[in-house]
Design a protein around this ligand. Sequence first.
Ligand code: G1P
Length: 308
Amino acid sequence: MGPPFYRLRYHTHPLKTERYILGTTITTAVFPVAGRGTRFLPATKAAAKEMLPIVDKPLIQHAVEEALEAGARTLIFVTGASKRSIEDHFDWDPELERALLESGKHELVELLRGMLPADASCVYLRQGEPLGLGHAVLCARPAVGDAPFFVHLPDDLIAGQPGCLKQMADHFRNQPHSAVAVETVPRDKTGSYGIVAVEDGTGPRQVRQIVEKPKPAEAPSDLAVVGRYLLTPKIFTKLAATGRGAGGEIQLTDGIADLLKDEPVYAFPFSGKRYDCGSKLGYLKANVEFGREHPEVGTAFRAYLDEL
Ligand code: G1P
């Protein structure tokens, strides 16, 4: 088997980059959603943390909408125990629709039917063992195949116009290489993130080094990877050879560090605001800020906050 088609075209016909770019819409997104969300217990004892709502829309639906906006149509969920509600959420529910129609709630039926476009499909895979984010992404390999793809971590909610993945997809058209979304974090927080060292300059820049959760004193910078990745399929070969790293887990960061030896990887400073919805404080902030802008309750909620 030769190299993947898109790489073949890029590497053997650099002058035809434009044709390659025009031909390369990223159509697959992977959502690693196997984690148990222990930080939100007891809420997450029987429910998926990705189903926690921001006002009235679950985190996983925010994630899917961002991926759809960026052109993804194959939505791959890498799931685990207690995650059935995610499958149900994106499934057709004829009984609910019938009940809503009978009570005249047509607009709610429209809302449910509009959640996914007709040409989107959902694939659910189980991550057999909780071996880490890199392992979760590797589990998606048979469903992704030999094309570049997005990885979206729903805990990181990003409000942006357009969304972060769309910004990254647009960048990919000019720089058809892997990319990780980044933002600056306080030095004392480097131990919570993948941290990158990049080339000098501004805007998207090539990554020189990437390290998973370094201590502040050892961190190569304060530029942190947030939960959006655009990866070429070569990452699978790398992840398959990646041993356990930080926390005893197979880290996506370590796979990317290996990928860097063969291919450029870009650090992409997205525009938008990130909410760390894997933490209670970040989740509350997101609810307050989305609540303030909500078309139905925003005005009343803002008035309530002013009173407070
Ligand atoms: C994961 C990644 C880390 C990245 C972070 C972004 O960590 O391993 O490199 O910076 O997501 O949210 P986690 O938050 O799952 O521990």
